[in-house]
Design a protein around this ligand. Structure first.
Ligand SMILES: [Zn+2]
Length: 415
């Protein structure tokens, strides 16, 4: 709560503490993107006066937020002292809540996870068991913070539908089939003393990739498709997540890729989720199997996505067609998104990335046919499905929060 008696304001009524925090944040974010840069370069790129930079850096050095890295070749060939964030000083906890699994770990500010990882299966996330999941998360946070005293914040990635403004997840209430928004963030904050932030799993994945796989590329616009049992998405442009009023602006699973097409779980028709999620591909396999008695998938009691990928790798025609078709629909979706977001890079992560070259061929074919010639085709990559970008992203959410509030989280006690 603001202490109005001691609140410092300038002659225009602006809160000086907020302004100071904002300036510190802008320097810290710049250092995250341009490690080793000098005070002169910082002044040039942030627009702050040299005297202000000197003062802010002095406070950051005194509080151990920043360290000097020795002489570097500065502007116009002049030697100057390089600066870097003090990466080894701080840690964050990343929490990934999936529908039936909980994973948690301690990360440093470079996204490296410690050996202390908690991972367990959950009863399907619904009410009332969501409250037990919150209790379990709080318990694990307590254990991890007592073993890692450098932890400054907790980031939580949750599945959607997610209400960003309220930090609430839309869950089924057991027994009655209705759905309610469960205040996940409020519940965790009530049990945990550390600052806690929460975001959608797909947004976490996008942020995780930008922070730790592009090395905070300042100029990059990145589009991330979380392609698993469902489809989600996130867009990061110049280090900032693009969200709508309620955080739904990159719900790529529910963009229409076929007018009047297959019915989707959301109640709409023709959504990408109904064509390219692993559940949709499995369903389509069941529809097509009677026409393909010679397929390696024929005769199985239940065809799962792992069977489909395995058959695809052995050259099975039906399995390859199913994966390629999922890729075509992803590509169709990207053809609509590229003119809107103009990304440099599209990353497809999670389960469907096992589709490999067959999936990519479908994506590229659709883009070749549909993408407007006014737009440059971005680089398209499949993330390693073994790389848990959502868990990594949950740490990125916490780090992002700490860099936005450096005075409170990185240098508590400093003025
Ligand atoms: Zn839908």
């Amino acid at each position: 709560m603001t202490d109005w008696k001691t609140r410092r304001v300038d002659k225009n009524g602006k809160n000086l503490d907020d302004l100071q925090d904002l300036n510190r944040s802008s320097i810290i974010r710049h250092l995250a993107m341009y490690e080793g840069c000098s005070r002169v370069e910082l002044a040039k790129s942030t627009g702050l006066k040299q005297a202000s930079i000197t003062k802010i850096i002095r406070a950051l050095l005194e509080n151990g937020v920043v360290v000097e890295t020795g002489f570097t070749e500065g502007l116009k060939g002049r030697r100057s002292i390089g600066l870097s964030l003090n990466y080894s000083k701080y840690q964050v906890i990343g929490v990934k809540v999936a529908w039936e699994r909980l994973s948690m770990g301690v990360f440093d500010l470079r996204g490296r996870i410690s050996d202390d990882v908690h991972s367990c299966s959950l009863e399907h996330l619904a009410l009332p068991n969501a409250e037990n999941v919150v209790a379990l998360i709080a318990q694990n946070i307590e254990k991890l913070t007592s073993a890692h005293p450098g932890v400054i914040a907790v980031g939580v990635a949750v599945p959607g539908p997610f209400h960003r403004g309220e930090g609430a997840v839309y869950l089924t209430a057991d027994g009655c089939g209705s759905r309610v928004y469960f205040p996940f963030l409020e519940q965790i904050r009530a049990r945990v003393a550390l600052p806690v932030v929460i975001d959608h799993d797909a947004i976490a994945g996008a942020l995780g990739y930008w922070w730790f796989r592009t090395n905070c590329d300042a100029r990059m616009a990145l589009l991330y498709l979380l392609a698993s049992e469902g489809i989600g998405g996130g867009v990061v442009s110049k280090g900032q997540v693009i969200t709508g009023q309620r955080g739904h602006s990159a719900e790529m699973g529910h963009m229409i890729v076929e007018f009047g097409g297959r019915k989707c779980v959301c109640g709409g028709r023709g959504c990408l989720d109904a064509y390219a999620s692993s559940i949709a591909v499995e369903k389509h396999a069941r529809r097509l199997l009677p026409e393909h008695p010679g397929s390696r998938l024929a005769g199985k009691r239940r065809v799962g996505i792992a069977d489909i990928f395995s058959a695809m790798r052995r050259g099975d025609e039906l399995a390859s067609r199913l994966v390629r078709d999922a890729g075509v629909h992803m590509g169709q979706g990207f053809a609509s998104l590229i003119p809107i977001f103009d990304p440099d890079l599209i990353v497809i992560g999670d389960l469907m990335a096992f589709g490999g070259d067959v999936l990519l061929a479908g994506i590229n074919d659709a883009l070749e046919r549909s993408l407007s010639r006014f737009y440059k085709k971005p680089r398209i990559v499949l993330a390693d499905p073994g790389d848990d970008l959502v868990l990594l992203g949950s740490a990125a959410i916490a780090i992002d929060h700490a860099y936005n509030r450096p005075t409170e989280l990185l240098m508590p006690g400093a003025s």
